[in-house]
Design a binder for this molecule. Structure first.
Ligand SMILES: Cc1cc2nc3c(=O)[nH]c(=O)nc-3n(C[C@H](O)[C@H](O)[C@H](O)COP(=O)(O)O)c2cc1C
Ligand SMILES: CC(C)CC(=O)C(=O)O
Length: 369
């Protein structure tokens, strides 16, 4: 592996150069006009850091506790499907890299490897917790089998992805006729390669997953079939945070699916403050979308997130160098986050507060939060 990979943009470039164009575009693109994809990154730029100086930062504790165990720092791997397109080891490599790093992993229901093998691969390397991502499905018996397999494999939570009753408008996938190459199945959906090849990617999603889902049909049912925590992935408004509290959910992930679903939704960092405000400690708030630096993680925590997740950086790490590439991605972000804590004068994650941020004001001085 090149030693010139110093940041996530370097990793993106290396990965993008090595992937077939249709896979590169499937990974990197967003929906429609790419507005939200772009906003997710750039919205972080409106905040500035206000360091406190002359602090002893010789010993910095970057860890947080998640699912009953300390993780190295507040960043985990978002569930992203089809990781075998980035590297033959796919999700197995991601699981090993997360375990080696000391962070947790989300397993997509569109994984190319079964959840049992993914958790086992990680557990062989070190302590790790997994969560199972789930879509609402038409075939409830099959959906239940995914939940039960995930629980038996040791997953700690279900991340019910709520932003995808249908797939977003993905012109790149439609133009390229994107679908996984023959030989790849969806073992959690119990779908063979032949079945996948017989349909377009979009039709495959629509015919399997449910656009008639609701809070009332999904949440009590999930609660009745599993003891795992139930989180909602894809929340962007305080109203939906409140509903998640009413339904007794354990957490929400403020997410717009990396800009891949409804375009022109707000950047997640812009949606976060109002969501964190209504949560008031009643429900856990995590975030993903556009996080590419230690400062981004710092800003998300200062604005009320407990933990961040990254999707594409995992895929770029995999494409760059399999397990080692994902480890490199986490190392870059860990080193960057730790330095950001030191340079802002924070000895522990609990010291990361809104007072350490200011907002850029085009018409005058920086505004304090
Ligand atoms: C190629 C790809 C596949 C994805 N697959 C899933 C999926 O199967 N389920 C899901 O809930 N989210 C999926 N996501 C969304 C991620 O979980 C996450 O929300 C998003 O990637 C975060 O944004 P980021 O890529 O800017 O970090 C996928 C994202 C990408 C890029
Ligand atoms: C395999 C896909 C349906 C996964 C997904 O959710 C996405 O592409 O955003």
């Amino acid at each position: 592996m090149s030693n010139k990979i110093l940041n996530i943009a370097d990793l993106q470039e290396s990965a993008s150069n090595s992937l077939p164009v249709s896979v590169r575009d499937f990974f990197n693109s967003g929906a429609t006009n790419q507005v939200t994809l772009h906003d997710n990154y750039t919205a972080y730029g409106k905040y500035r850091l206000l360091p406190r100086v002359l602090k002893d930062v010789s010993k910095v504790n970057t860890s947080i506790s998640l699912f009953g165990r300390d993780i190295l720092f507040p960043l985990c791997a978002s569930p992203a499907g089809l990781q075998v397109l980035a590297h033959p080891d796919g999700e197995l490599a991601t699981s090993r890299a997360c375990a080696k790093t000391g962070v947790n992993m989300g397993v997509s229901s569109y994984t190319g490897n079964p959840v049992e093998q993914i958790t086992e691969a990680g557990n062989e390397v070190g302590p790790i917790n997994h969560v199972m991502q789930l879509y609402s499905m038409n075939d409830k018996a099959k959906q239940e089998r995914i939940v039960r397999r995930a629980e038996a494999a040791g997953c700690k939570a279900i991340f019910l992805t709520a932003d995808s009753p249908v797939l977003g408008v993905r012109w790149n996938e439609w133009r390229s006729g994107f679908k996984p190459p023959p030989g790849i199945g969806y073992p959690m959906y119990e779908k063979t390669s032949d079945e996948i090849q017989a349909q377009s990617h979009d039709d495959g999603f629509t015919s399997t997953n449910s656009d008639s889902h609701s809070w009332a049909t999904e949440i009590p049912w999930l609660r009745s079939i599993t003891k795992m925590e139930v989180w909602i992935k894809g929340v962007l408004t305080p109203e939906d945070v409140e509903t998640a509290v009413e339904y007794g959910c354990d957490g929400v992930i403020i997410s717009n699916h990396g800009g891949r679903q409804l375009d022109e939704t707000p950047a997640t960092i812009d949606a976060l403050p109002a969501c964190a405000k209504v949560a008031r400690g009643r429900i856990r708030i995590h975030i993903d979308g556009g996080i590419r630096s230690g400062a981004d993680i710092f800003k998300a925590l200062a604005l009320g997130a407990e933990c961040c997740w990254v999707g594409r950086p995992v895929l770029w790490g995999l494409a760059h160098g399999g397990q080692q590439g994902v480890e490199l991605m986490f190392k870059i972000l860990y080193d960057d986050f730790k330095r950001c804590m030191q340079l802002t004068g924070c000895k522990s994650v609990s010291e990361i507060r809104p007072e350490l941020l200011a907002i850029v004001n085009a018409h005058g001085p920086l505004a304090r939060l």
